[in-house]
Design a protein around this ligand. Sequence first.
Ligand code: DAH
Length: 345
Amino acid sequence: MAQEIFDKVNALLAEIENAAPSSNEEVEQFRIRFLGAKNVLKPLFGEIRNIPNERKKEFGQLVNSVKQSAEAKFQALKSQADEADEAADAGNLDMTAPGEPLSVGSRHPVSIITNRIVETFSRIGFTVAQDREIEDDWHNFTALNTPEDHPARDMQDTYYLMDDPEKLLRTHTSSVQIRTMENTKPPIRTIFPGRVYRNETISARAHCQFHQVEGLYIDENVSFADLKQTIEYFSKEMFGHNTKIRLRPSFFPFTEPSAEVDISCFICGGEGCNVCKYTSWVEIGGCGMVDPNVLENCGIDSKKYTGFAFGMGVERIAMLKYRINDIRLLFENDVRFLNQFTSAF
Ligand code: DAH
């Protein structure tokens, strides 16, 4: 009696090993027979009471191994069947089916604004140049009339390289003016977009990294009127044709005279709102006539040439344009935030 049951179990084991279903349907039948709710192995567990005590353990192990073989065989059959299905599908590719949608992404707001600035200045003949973010003291400060111990350095504390304290992360794109003037003869009419760094505590309004676009125009007879005209052209292109500009006297070590650039508030049109803090004006950058010392530092004859320079913050313009109230959002790379921006505004 006991041997008969053992034989039955061994026969099932052989059946499992030899099973070779040729369709998904047959694989399903295999599953129902050996692993389904009413599978053929279940009653065998009940047979244990007919097995003599000394063979009970052997029997239990045998039935369990049959169950495991059935599971392993089923997994193998299923993956074979899936592969066969895929191969069959590939053969039956429906060329008329609609395509899978491809997500193309969108440009970062900082890139959108930078491109827009570059494009606006390109239209009046400015070329574009970029240079290193790791600078030396000369190009970032000293050549720009800001020698060591000059108080203007305090406003631009930055990060210094540990293995070369002469090197620092540039605090503004004005360093690229110097590099360009050292290497190019006037006329020079170029803008310099790029990332800059400052040792700032990060908050909604300030970050330790941001982007600027610097502009430089050096030639014979360049005057403050040319500077004003250029800033006005840019502001109208960027913020709308009703935009007015205001140049507020200021100080930068590398320009003389210097001014802050304000534009009339394009949100309220001068009525007063919380973007312009009820002043009707918003500051977008700084500018001035390049100091003759700076020209001479770069080997340019300041008797023959004059020029103007300006610099503006890209995040500042992006935040104004898109009404973003926290600069950190621009650096967190959260796709839910970033995919709200398109090139058009
Ligand atoms: N480099 C200045 C800054 O980061 C901005 C600036 C002001 C650039 C006046 C200029 C300029 O070229 O003429 O604060």
